[in-house]
Design a binder for this molecule. Structure first.
Ligand SMILES: *Cc1c(COP(=O)(O)O)cnc(C)c1O
Length: 223
């Protein structure tokens, strides 16, 4: 696997409107450095216990994206530096992010993860829960979170029609939400959808941020 040429090929493939997050989970820091030395600066991790040591070991101009399920009690470890949390899947978690943001005097950028897949196991809000959150009195009191958009994961399947329809659903929720009057905590700009296997479909359906791991780094090391 040539990390540099994989990134170059991907960037050529993506429209200017879509950012590439290199998902470096399970990859050693040497591999991340290889991508860094190729000029890449945005990386995604799905575990706090892996994200923090990599943040500490690697250059400080890297933008770190938290893309995996986040437990409330771990928010404090990433609050000082995380660039964007893609995986906010509950009101309770958002409240904790606000609290930790206040402590470190940051407004922490977040995406709300929406459940679009058929699988039961994927976390996330429903469309209705997002509407409820947007109009809740609670949210109005939180000044250390900024909801920058939505994130979703499609069903793991070969049925590209199914995948496309799930991405289309997410896009439509995003557009509907953008057309609504929302509290100041919302600044909707990012639609995070698409991974190695389905980023092309995601881009066609309006993704502004793809999270790509194995198509850059090769197969992941099993932990
Ligand atoms: C691992 C992961 C990715 C990247 O997966 P690849 O198939 O290796 O591109 C993207 N998003 C999330 C949330 C992930 O956990």
């Amino acid at each position: 696997m040539n990390i540099r040429s994989n990134i170059t090929a991907l960037l050529k493939d993506l429209p200017d409107t879509c950012r590439l997050i290199a998902v470096s989970k399970t990859q050693p820091v040497e591999k991340v450095l290889e991508a860094y030395n190729a000029g890449h600066r945005s990386f995604g991790e799905n575990k706090v216990q892996e994200l923090v040591p990599k943040y500490e070991a690697l250059p400080k101009d890297i933008e770190w994206h938290m893309i995996g399920h986040l437990q409330s009690n771990k928010v404090k470890y990433i609050a000082p530096f995380v660039h964007l949390i893609h995986s906010v899947d509950s009101v309770k978690l958002l409240e904790e992010i606000d609290k930790q943001g206040r402590k470190v005097q940051r407004i922490i950028p977040c995406l709300l993860q929406v459940h679009i897949a058929r699988e039961e196991t994927k976390f996330g809000f429903s469309e209705e829960e997002i509407s409820q959150l947007a109009s809740s009195a609670q949210l109005a009191q939180w000044h250390n979170v900024k909801i920058m958009g939505l994130m979703g994961m499609a069903t793991f399947t070969d049925d590209t029609g199914q995948v496309r329809s799930e991405f289309r659903t997410l896009r439509s929720i995003f557009e509907k939400l953008k057309a609504t009057t929302l509290p100041a905590q919302f600044q909707l700009e990012v639609l995070s959808m698409g991974m190695s296997g389905d980023y092309k479909i995601a881009v066609e359906e309006g993704s502004t941020m793809v999270r790509v791991g194995s198509a850059i780094f090769g197969e992941r090391n099993k932990l």
